[in-house]
Structure formats: C-alpha cells, structure tokens
Design a protein around this ligand. Structure first.
Ligand code: ATP
Ligand code: MG
Length: 259
C-alpha cells in the first residue's frame, strides 16, 4: 500500500518550453508548454488528450527525459529527472511511438529488437534469451517469430514487439505516444487489452497520449485535457467525462465514438 506522504511516481511542476520559429534570422520564440503541472500516480493509466499541436508529444518528451524544459521541474519518485548535465540524469521509463516501423532497426530480428535494452544488464546470453521468450509470450506472440525481421511482420505484431521491448527494461512507467493510432480498430482493441493486462500483471503505470478519447475511456483511469500548451481540465472519474466544461475538451468529447 502506498504511503500517502510519499511523492507521486511522476510530478511535473510549472513546465515551460518554447521553440524558435522561422529561420536563423527569426529569433522569436514560440511557447509550446506554458506553465504546465501534473502528476502520475503509481499503477495509474493517465490519458493525455488534446487537438493536434496542443503540445502532447512535447510534454511526453519532457516527462521521459528526452527534452529539458526551459523552466520547471520533473521528478520521478521525488528525484529530479534533469540534474545539472545536458540531458536526463537517469532513465526511469520506456517509450512506444506511433511509428513502429521507424522505431526499430530494420536489420534486427525480433529477438534482437526485444533483447536490445537487456544488453546493458548483467544477464548472460541464456538468461536474456529466456527473458525474450517470456516477453514474447506475454505480448501474445509465438516464439516462431524470433528470427523474423520487421518487414515480415504485421503492424499489430510489430507494435506488440515494441511494447515487449518497452517492458523489457522494467521501467517505472511507459509513455505511449499515439501508439495505437495507426492500427486498425480491431488490432487497436487487442493492443489496448494487452496494455491493460500488462498493467495488471506487472503493476505498470502508463501515460497514454492520444487524440482519441474513445481509446482513453477504454484504457485509462484519468485524463488530462490539453489546449495550447496548458492543461485545461483533469478528470479523475471517467464516469464524469460528460461534465467537462472546457470548450476544446467538449469538442474532442463530441467527436468520440464508442469502440
Ligand atoms: N523540435 C521542435 N521545433 C520547433 N517546433 C516544434 C518542435 N516540436 C514541436 N514543435 C511545435 O510545437 C507545437 C506542439 O507540437 P506537439 O508535437 O507537442 O503537438 P501534439 O499535441 O503532439 O500534436 P499531434 O497530435 O499532431 O501529434 C507545434 O506547433 C509544433 O510545430
Ligand atoms: Mg504528437
């Protein structure tokens, strides 16, 4: 049981990010995240939704240690993610992106893809192989696929392999950035069922970025609505989703269709 006085798994406070607009002569900064704060609790699946360009992926990159914010702090288990160096001072999480094809090395076999994060560990080759086989089984794929290359797999199979690779390093949480968006609806549901199962069995915490509120209601416990680099609403009880007041959030809600 979590100690109520312990810090949340992830806390972002007053995050600001701006990017330069235009060419080198244009020094104007375009604010993309504007004083954003949020938390992710242990074991929770938190959806982050918002229209295209609202800053979801930028926030994701900040939260996983890929982009140091211009201002603000990110803490994992109460520990500052960005120390004094240029990048993150530790790597507590894995990421699964929408574009599963370019996120794997096309020359690697399935075995090599899943084993990639395991190579840094102290396990010998035999233990690594066993872990790869266990992960493959966990994501519902047969060991017959071990020698296949990415082009010999379906989109759904390849995304499951990316998920197995994300789980392999035993992360504190996994960020899924539009990870199911390019799959067809029935495969989307299968992958979301797999994520729900992994959450239950491995106690994983998930950050689920999407523009699809239907997927959020299927998988998440809580949802953040973003607009123009800010969180405009947080809903912790999804049965209260219909009560969101923000106009942009309502627009997303009205566009959602049941799976
Ligand atoms: N590296 C970058 N350099 C300059 N501008 C950027 C960079 N990354 C993102 N942006 C800009 O920041 C804004 C937010 O982008 P972001 O990718 O975070 O949006 P998003 O909510 O993930 O959108 P989508 O739903 O289309 O994926 C956009 O205007 C985008 O053009
Ligand atoms: Mg995005």
């Amino acid at each position: 049981m979590r100690n109520p006085s312990s810090p949340p798994l992830l806390r972002a406070s007053d995050i600001h990010v701006a990017f330069r607009r235009g060419g080198l002569l244009h020094r104007r900064q375009h604010p993309v995240l504007q004083g954003l704060s949020m938390t992710l609790e242990e074991g929770c699946c938190l959806g982050i939704v918002g229209e295209s360009g609202s800053g979801k992926s930028t926030l994701g990159r900040v939260l996983v240690g890929l982009l140091r914010p211009d201002r603000g702090e990110v803490a994992v288990d109460g520990k500052n993610l960005y120390g004094t160096g240029r990048g993150a001072s530790f790597h507590p999480c894995s990421v699964v992106f929408q574009d599963y094809v370019t996120s794997v090395n096309p020359r690697f076999s399935v075995e090599e893809i899943i084993a990639e994060p395991l190579r840094k560990g102290r396990d010998g080759a035999r233990d690594r192989k066993e872990r790869v086989l266990a992960l493959l089984e966990k994501v519902g794929l047969s060991s017959d696929l071990l020698r296949r290359r990415p082009h010999q797999l379906s989109g759904g199979q390849l995304q499951r392999i990316c998920i197995a690779r994300a789980v392999a390093s035993r992360p504190r949480f996994i960020l899924l950035d539009e990870a199911t968006s390019s799959l067809d609806v029935s495969v989307q549901v299968q992958v979301m069922d797999l994520l729900a199962e992994l959450r239950r069995d491995e106690g994983l915490s998930l950050l689920f970025i999407t523009h699809d509120l239907t997927a959020v209601t299927y998988l998440c416990d809580a949802v953040l609505f973003m607009n123009d680099g800010r969180i405009v609403e947080r809903v912790d009880d999804l049965s209260r989703l219909h009560a969101v007041g923000d106009i942009h959030s309502r627009r997303l809600l009205d566009a959602a269709t049941p799976l």
